[in-house]
Structures are given as C-alpha cells and as structure tokens.
Write a protein that binds this ligand. Structure first.
Ligand code: ZN
Length: 143
C-alpha cells in the first residue's frame, strides 16, 4: 500500500542522534525518556521546534536538564503531573531560573521565555510520579 500523502507530517519516533547545544546537559535515559521531536529535520518545512519527554521516578540525584542560556527565539517550557485526583499536582519540584530569578514550582505549569531572556538552570527534584515535559521554540532547529 502506498504511503499516505500527509504521513510526512506525523512523527511517531525520536529524532535519531540529535545535535544538542552545550547548555543541554546529558541526562540518564532511564529517568528522562525522549518521545518525539518535531523540527525541520523530522518534518521538512517545519517552522518551529518541539520536543516531548517523560520524566519518571527513580533517580537518586536531582536531574539538571540545562545550564543558563539564551535563545534568539521565544521558548515554551512545560511540565505536567500525572495525578488524576489533582491534575495540577506536579508530583515533583522544578527549579527554573528566568532572567536570573529562581522559581521553585510544585504544580503543573508552562512558561514562555521571550527571545533574548536568560533562563536556566532547570533542575528536577523529588519525582514521585511520571511528568510529561514539553518544549517548543520558534526556530526550525533548536540551538
Ligand atoms: Zn532554552
């Protein structure tokens, strides 16, 4: 059977060997599980970047995802808990620094960081339930 005409827009795999900038830190794939990445490499012509991950319990150490950095594009950063009885409950603590101001968050949240605004580090602690993590940026390839 021929592939459907618009199948190229549907991504159901992780981007193989993504090149990440130095501020994106190596994390243990047992606890940070990449799902899919949409960008101009995985969907030719995509005008923005996004990546979805599950972060799961079990790490004995805090998980630092990124160091301090800035982008030339705006970025959405979201963390969403998996407590059906209280869907705002993150089930973890996220420390996020934006423009050198640190926030500690224990509720599901999304943040928008405008272009040129410093952000990071981004640190995850005390994960008691899986967390869905989603980021998106107004760029064809994340850098
Ligand atoms: Zn960023």
């Amino acid at each position: 059977m021929a592939e459907k005409r618009n199948a190229k827009y549907v991504v159901d795999y992780d981007k193989p060997s993504p090149k990440l900038p130095a501020h994106r830190l190596k994390v243990d794939p047992r606890f940070v599980k990449r799902i899919v990445q949409v960008d101009a490499d995985t969907v030719p012509g995509a005008e923005f970047y996004s990546q979805a991950k599950w972060i799961v319990p079990g790490s004995e150490n805090e998980i630092k995802l990124v160091d301090s950095h800035t982008h030339s594009f705006g970025e959405l950063i979201g963390f969403f808990g998996f407590n059906y009885d209280d869907i705002q409950d993150l089930g973890a603590e996220i420390e996020i620094t934006i423009d050198n101001e640190t926030h500690k968050v224990t509720r599901s949240f999304a943040a928008f960081v405008p272009a040129g605004v410093q952000h990071g580090p981004l640190i995850i602690r005390n994960v008691v339930r899986p967390i869905f993590h989603f980021i998106a940026g107004d760029c064809e390839i994340y850098e």
